[in-house]
Design a protein around this ligand. Structure first.
Ligand code: GDP
Ligand code: IMO
Ligand code: MG
Length: 419
């Protein structure tokens, strides 16, 4: 058996949570392999809506195993809030949830360092979610971090030593903070972690593979936020791409099966950084309001624009995508024509290769296709697609050279058409 991977091909928020939930019945095990509570994955079914941050999106299927892998960074405080809010809604999920002892811990001082670093950058800030992601991964690669397994042995001592180090680092910044405020709930979070099923997940996952169990790995963020291949430095601090699934779970590359690449029929971005096809006019406004494009984690309005095939082709290449999933076609129903970015004009030369650095205000070359001007949200089968939507899908498939196997026409589980 191989591990299938589902990952975002744009700047995040493509709808990964929804589709993982839809695909979960086909799988035995769902895993997260990178990122942390900077992620916000929204699931809607039976008039119930929930946003997950740390926990894999298979969690609402009671018979499935969900694993938080070693590549994830976990904040004990937000993790407890997440578990509590699920309990309030009637879901006690700790029985089905396993956590790698090798996942790194986000500490209160990581969040303060994140905020201090962003404040010091002024106009050049990344637009981080301020969840402490960058500083935690810096401690991981700097070989200073604390891991989930550390909660089992002398945690207080290890925490005090790292906190002390962080407090010294914080003196470099002109940044006021109250550590007590950030530390609230830490002891309870650590206690909760101690009561969870902490495992050596690389062994468990490889055992599942040997036993023939099916596994779906759920990416967070998106390819253009990848630390190596994204729009650096306006990226997150982990490998969001398919290769990150190998290191984030301890799975060998030859054990990867299908790679589902998910994208919106248009494009969005939260936070700073280049976005060549961004719209600053009424069209962008319409995408934001029709698509409810506000951050699932921070509530910030998302920047909106047309689909960008230069970036998408790059993402398909880097991830080895085998199947595409197109989301939110319903959001474009109000448009007479749909634009598609097919090239960037850089120093007078048109290229369709994603460049080392995206210049400010890069000129985009567009093609235009007719819009479908039809409400898609009630459509149940491909046979009922308006011709213009089928043409748009065929056009994208031809350009990306990968089939679009799933089309989503609304936020609910049911609004999903498998082709
Ligand atoms: P993720 O981070 O990739 O899981 O995506 P988010 O949950 O942050 O953002 C996707 C948003 O779009 C959520 O509010 C979803 O409920 C919503 N959504 C997902 N698929 C569709 C769709 O096909 N149409 C519409 N209108 N909304 C969708
Ligand atoms: P999901 O999994 C969209 C963005 C932030 C910021 C940059 C760095 O829901 O798709 P960080 O907090 O990692 O230091 O922020 O990355 N970002 C996301 N944007 N969706 C996400 O996750 C994101 N996680 C981080 O807005 O620009
Ligand atoms: Mg999201």
């Amino acid at each position: 058996m191989k591990v299938d991977v589902l990952l975002g091909l744009q700047w995040g928020d493509e709808g990964k949570g929804k589709v993982v939930d839809v695909l979960t019945p086909k799988y035995d095990v769902i895993t997260r392999f990178q990122g942390g509570p900077n992620a916000g994955h929204t699931l809607e079914f039976d008039n119930f809506k929930h946003v997950l941050h740390n926990i894999p999106s298979g969690i609402f299927h009671a018979s499935k195993v969900n694993i938080i892998g070693n590549g994830v960074v976990l904040d004990p405080i937000t993790f407890k809030k997440e578990i509590d809010s699920l309990k309030e809604k009637g879901y006690d999920i700790t029985d089905n949830l396993y956590i790698s002892k090798k996942a790194h811990l986000i500490l209160p001082t990581h969040r303060i360092l994140d905020a201090a670093s962003e404040a010091s950058k002024g106009k050049t800030k990344i637009g981080s979610t301020l969840k402490g992601i960058g500083p935690t991964y810096m401690d991981k690669t700097g070989r200073n971090g604390l891991r989930v397994g550390d909660v089992l042995h002398n945690f207080d001592e290890k925490y005090a030593a790292l906190k002390d180090k962080h407090e010294k680092m914080l003196t470099m910044y002109d940044f006021e903070y109250s550590i007590e405020e950030f530390e609230a709930g830490l002891a309870e979070g650590i206690e909760l972690l101690r009561s969870c099923k902490l495992i050596d997940s690389e062994h468990e996952i490889n055992k599942y593979i040997k036993e023939g169990k099916s596994i779906l790995a759920e990416g967070a963020q998106g390819t253009l936020l990848d630390i190596d291949f994204g729009s650096y430095p306006f990226v997150t601090s982990s490998n969001t791409i398919c290769a990150g699934a190998c290191t984030g779970m301890g799975v060998a590359p030859n054990k990867i099966g299908e790679v589902y690449g998910i994208f919106k029929a248009y494009c969005t971005r939260v936070g700073s950084g280049p976005f060549p096809t961004e719209l600053f006019d009424a069209d962008g406004e319409e995408m934001r309001s029709a698509g409810n494009e506000f951050g699932s984690t921070t509530g910030r309005p998302r920047r909106c624009g047309w689909i960008d095939l230069v970036a998408l082709k790059y993402a398909v290449m880097i991830n080895g995508v085998t199947q595409l999933i197109m989301m939110k076609g319903d959001v474009l129903s109000g448009f007479d024509t749909i634009k598609v970015g097919t090239g960037y004009k850089i120093n007078g030369v048109v290229t369709d290769e994603f460049p080392f650095e995206l210049p400010e205000n890069v000129e985009v070359v567009y093609e235009e296709l007719p819009g479908w001007k039809t409400d898609l949200t009630g459509i149940k089968a491909e046979a009922d697609f308006p011709k213009e939507l089928s043409d748009y899908i065929a056009y994208l498939e031809a350009k990306l050279e990968v089939p679009i196997k799933i089309v989503s026409v609304g936020p609910d589980r049911e609004q999903t058409i498998v082709r």
